[in-house]
Design a protein around this ligand. Sequence first.
Ligand code: ZN
Length: 298
Amino acid sequence: MEDCFGGLEAGGTKFVCAVGTGPSDLRERTEFPTTSPGETIRSAVAFFNACSSHAKLKAIGIGSFGPIDLHPDSPTFGCITSTPKQGWRNFDIVGAIRSGAGVSRVAFDTDVNAAALGEARWGAALDLDTFVYLTIGTGIGGGAMVNGRLLHGLLHPEMGHMRVPHDRRADPFAGCCPWHGDCLEGLASGEAMRRRWGMPGHLIPPGHAAWSLEVNYLASALVNLICSMSPQRLILGGGVMQGLDLPALHDAVRELLNGYLQAAPILDHISEYIVRPRLGANAGVLGAIALAQSAANP
Ligand code: ZN
C-alpha cells in the first residue's frame, strides 16, 4: 500500500475531508455539514477509516475554525476554544480525530493558515515567503506566512476582528460581530451583508451600493495588513469575493495608500499583488494535506 495523507478542513458551516498527496492526486473527497461534534466527527472518522483500508494514512492535517489552541505545551492543545458555536467550545478535535482514525500523527492549525500553506505549496504563493491569505465568507479570517513559516505568535492571527473606520452616516448598520459589533467581520462578512441588505451576498446584483461599501471596508483592512505585515502578496478567497469587483478593490487600496509605498507590485502590478486563490474550493482541504505532509516530513 502506498503512503498518503489525510486532510480535514473543519469549517463552522461544513467539513471537507480528503486523502491524497496534492492537487493532482486527490484520491477521495467528501463534505458534510457541521452539526454536533459527535455526529460531525463520526462522519469524518468513518471517511478516513474507509480510506485507510486501501491507502495507509501517514498523517492527518486539520485546518480548523477557531479560535483554537495551537500551543503544543498547553493542556488544551488541539481544542477549539472560545467559539460561540453550540457544543464546540473546548472540544478536543485533535484528540477525537487521532483516536477515532487511529493515526498518531495529527497536524493542527487554523483553517486559514492551512489554506495559506496550500497556496504556498501549490497555488498563488508558490514563489513567496511572506504573504497573507484572507477569506471573506460567512465570517472573515486570515492566515499568514512570514519568512517561510506560518504565523502563530501569541495565539494565531484573528484578522477578521481588526477595526476599520465605520462612518455611521454612510452605513448606519451597527455590525454583527457578537464580540465587537462593528469590527471588520461585523461590517463586511457575508453575514453582515445578509443582515444589512436582507439578502445573501450572492443575490446582491453588481452595481448595488452593497458592493462599494464592501470594497471600502476590505480596502481599509488590506491597507492595515500591507502596512503592518509587508506581505509580498494578498490572496482573497471566500464566497463574498465571488461577487466582488476585484479591480475596484485594487483601485481603492491604491487610493488609500496614496503613493506612500514605493513598491512596483503595488504601483505597477496590483492585479498580481491582490489576487484570488489558485486552489479554488479545495484550498482548505489541500492546505490540511500540506499540514499533514509537513508534520510527517518536518
Ligand atoms: Zn469581531
